[in-house]
Design a protein around this ligand. Structure first.
Ligand code: MN
Length: 177
């Protein structure tokens, strides 16, 4: 737990990313960052337990319930990462441009405790973002070989769509400052 892995992977005199500090506000904030690293992916981060629980979503989130988006759990990030965007310089872990694609707050459904749902590998989340809204499931895959692999799935609700959904269409392509 905590931020040892985050700290271990980074040299803070060489990257503009925030230092690895705990923040126990646990204000149920989330961010989704578009991360143009060696492979484009989206990073979903949920604030809980003093950190941001993080998943890399190669195809980005979808508002279409028929899409099951692979979400690979990655190391916990510090809460300050909620507002991070910019360029991680070449030679650093995750080098490339990071933009904030969506942000807001979330709640978990059926249970007041997101940490418990996380441990059970079955998060039922309500998102209050600008692009990502309404009910989602974030479910851990069962096979041992897939231990970091989860699926992010939109639930059918007034916010969901039956149309093809591509997160890239909603990404601003302007360069990060
Ligand atoms: Mn990333």
């Amino acid at each position: 737990m905590a931020l040892q892995d985050y700290i271990k992977k980074r040299q803070f005199n060489k990257t503009p990313e925030p230092k690895g500090e705990l923040d126990n506000n646990n204000a149920y904030r989330f961010v989704i960052q578009r991360h143009q690293a060696s492979h484009l992916h989206y990073d979903l981060r949920l604030e809980m337990e003093g950190v941001l629980k993080s998943w890399a979503v190669p195809k980005g989130p979808s508002m279409n319930p028929s899409d099951k988006r692979l979400a690979i759990m990655t190391e916990d990030h510090p809460v300050k990462y909620l507002t991070f965007h910019g360029v991680i310089p070449k030679g650093n872990y995750g080098a490339g441009v990071m933009d904030i694609w969506d942000e807001g707050t979330y709640q978990v459904l059926e249970d007041e405790d997101p940490v418990k749902q996380l441990k059970n590998g079955d998060l039922k989340i309500e998102f209050y973002g600008k692009k990502i809204k309404g009910a989602f499931a974030l479910v851990k895959m069962k096979r041992d070989i897939e231990k970091n692999q989860w699926l992010l799935i939109k639930k059918k609700d007034p916010f969901s769509t039956d149309l093809h959904y591509d997160a890239e269409i909603f990404a601003s392509k302007k360069k990060s400052s």
